[in-house]
Design a protein around this ligand. Sequence first.
Ligand SMILES: Nc1nc2c(ncn2[C@@H]2O[C@H](COP(=O)(O)OP(=O)(O)OP(=O)(O)O)[C@@H](O)[C@H]2O)c(=O)[nH]1
Ligand SMILES: [Mg+2]
Length: 189
Amino acid sequence: MTPDAWADVTGVVTAGGRSSRFGSDKALVTWQGRTLLACACAPLEAAAGRLIIAPEGRYHMPGWRVTPDTRPGEGPLAALEAALHAAPDGWVAFTGVDLPCLTRAYWETLLAARVPGMLGVQALDGLRRPQPLAALYHTSLRAHVTALLDAGERRLRFAVPAGQVHHVTGLDPALLRNVNTPADLPGAR
Ligand SMILES: Nc1nc2c(ncn2[C@@H]2O[C@H](COP(=O)(O)OP(=O)(O)OP(=O)(O)O)[C@@H](O)[C@H]2O)c(=O)[nH]1
Ligand SMILES: [Mg+2]
């Protein structure tokens, strides 16, 4: 895939969670020689813009700008709102620190699946469940996401209106390994 595929894309790693199930800040846990934050950032390095949504001063990744939450502690949907407002018009490739096995090829599969007029692209896992925390969102969702949050919604899976999300099947389920507890990451330090 040409670098042009990434020209209107902002890579976003949200990292403002509490890691309460993990027991320590999972963004900074080392696994296979890198922090989970670095694992999440690496496959998005080709993006034209790169943002980490987290409190200022907590994380430093070369080439990545840290942007604070607009609604701190309100979860990934609120983090997406912050990302959509901080990104230039285009697409946001949105993920979290607890998906360390995504690859550049994963993201390029989603980028290639963008459909004119659709506002989101999400993979389906082996059980055909959409994966909203490893997904593409168009910045024209800004007002919709803000309205959801103002109405009390906090579930990321509702970020894109029904019928506006394109689903991608056939991705290797191992790419979507999700880290919530230390048992999810054998060998982590
Ligand atoms: N910026 C931001 N990111 C968040 C927030 N809540 C969760 N996240 C991130 O969203 C991703 C997935 O969240 P969870 O697995 O629930 O992580 P968590 O909230 O840190 O962990 P638990 O406390 O165990 O639920 C992780 O990358 C978190 O850092 C938030 O309020 N703000
Ligand atoms: Mg959480």
